[in-house]
Design a protein around this ligand. Sequence first.
Ligand code: PAF
Length: 250
Amino acid sequence: MKHLRSVKDLKRWRLSVSDNIGFVPTMGALHDGHLSLIRKSKENNDKTVVSIFLNPTQFDNTSDLENYPASLEEDLEKLRSVDIEAVWAPKFEDLYPDNYRYSITEKDLSLKLCGEHRPGHFDGVLTVVMKLFNLVRPKRAYFGEKDYQQMLLIQKMNDAFFLDIEIIPCPIVRESSGLAMSSRNKRLSQKGQKQASHLYQVIKNAQNSAEANQKLKESGFNVEYIEEMDGRRLAAVELEGIRLIDNVSI
Ligand code: PAF
């Protein structure tokens, strides 16, 4: 596995390969959800590249950014075990030579659901994904459906800017309790992790959003939103000061 550190490294490597590239962008703290995206990419592409970049421009809350689990050595170990072609972990200065003076803004869906509660979040996501796409130039890119709104916005950005990348949505990977895998779960206490699994049970089993909202409150969550869109029920809640999202098809 090649360990690429800078934009220059990535560009040099990219010029040397003409094969189909599968790309899995991440913010590190890798778990089985990420590994499932990587496995899918490996099945369908000649070479798979994973990026690890904790993107500060998508954090509307500095304490969320500061507490986001970072574990580069552990991540590299996991990536070695799945045997990918390259991992690329650039630095902020490298990826943002403009210091974020330029950004991508979507003006409709990005202001709803998570976007309503996290101002500027999706501008940061779309901007960094555009930068990563322009550099990696993948044939296919893999995104988990846990971040369903993010996946839709990236798909639509890909269409809007004629990027011609196949955006491959991948199903949510869950713990046996039903809790959707997320890097943020590591910050929950053991009790919190147990309690967090109610999120999935409630949004899956409730007759409607109002009932789910009521039940989530009774289970001790602060509910940020619970809404239905596109045949899915999506929710964001807070537990032990940690923001959790999930969604199910209805
Ligand atoms: O889903 C994530 O981990 C991030 O939002 C992404 C797509 C890697 C962009 O920073």
